[in-house]
Design a binder for this molecule. Sequence first.
Ligand code: ADE
Length: 245
Amino acid sequence: MRIDVLTLFPEACRPYFETSILGRAVRGGLVSIHCHALRDYSRDRHGRVDDRPFGGGAGMVLMCPPIFEAVEAIESQDSRPATRVLLTPQGRRFDQNLASELAKRPRLLLICGRYEGFDERIRLGLAPLELSIGDYVLSGGEAAAMVVVDAVVRLRPGVLGAEEALAEESFADGGLEYPQYTRPRDFRGMTVPEVLLSGNHEDIRRWRAEQARRRTSQSRPDLLDGRSATRDETTKGNSHAESTD
Ligand code: ADE
C-alpha cells in the first residue's frame, strides 16, 4: 500500500509516521508513506497557496491551482489508482468500518486543509472522499491525517503481530475493551481482581466478557446497537473491578 499526504506542514506529520507500529510497517516495506509540501506547488515566489474569499468574509481559502497540480503530480508518481481523501470537519465521520474499507485500497492520497477551508472547486473537481475525525474543529487536517493513516495501516496484513492482532479484535467486535491489570498485584491498596489470578480460563473469559459489556453500556451505549443497555444496571456493584475502575 502507498499513502501520500499533501500538507502545508510535512514536518509535523513525518515523525509520527516514523514512530512505533507505523514506523515498523514502513521500515518493513508493508506500506510506503510520502509527505508532500503543498507550498512546493505554489505558483508565486512567496509560496502562497491561499487567498481571500470572493464575496468577503474572514479568513483565507486554499486555492485550486496548487492543490490540483499537486494531486496530479503526486498521482503520476505511481500507476496504482489513488483514493483521494479530503480531511475536513464537514466530512463523513471516520470510524473503524471506514478504516477497514480504506485498508483494502492500494493507494490513498490524503489532502490536509488549513485556514477557513478549501475553494469549493477542489471538492467538485477532485471528487474526494471527505472525512472528519470528530465533531470539533482542528487548526488543520494534519492531526486527522495521522489518525486516519494510523487506523488504516494497523489493519494491513502483517503490520500487527499475532498477539497485537488478537487484542485488536475487541474493538472490531463493536464494544469496548475489558479492564487489564499487570504487576504489582497490590498497588496502593488497589488489588487485582481474584479471578484473573485464578488460572481458570473459562472464568476469566466470562469475567472479561461481562466487564466489556458493562463498560460499553456505561460509556458507549450507542455501540451496543440494539442490545439492552439497561440490563447492565441490574448487575452493577457485583464486580471485582467496580472499586478499582
Ligand atoms: N480539519 C479540521 N478539523 C477537522 C476534523 N474534525 N476532522 C478532519 N479534518 C479536520
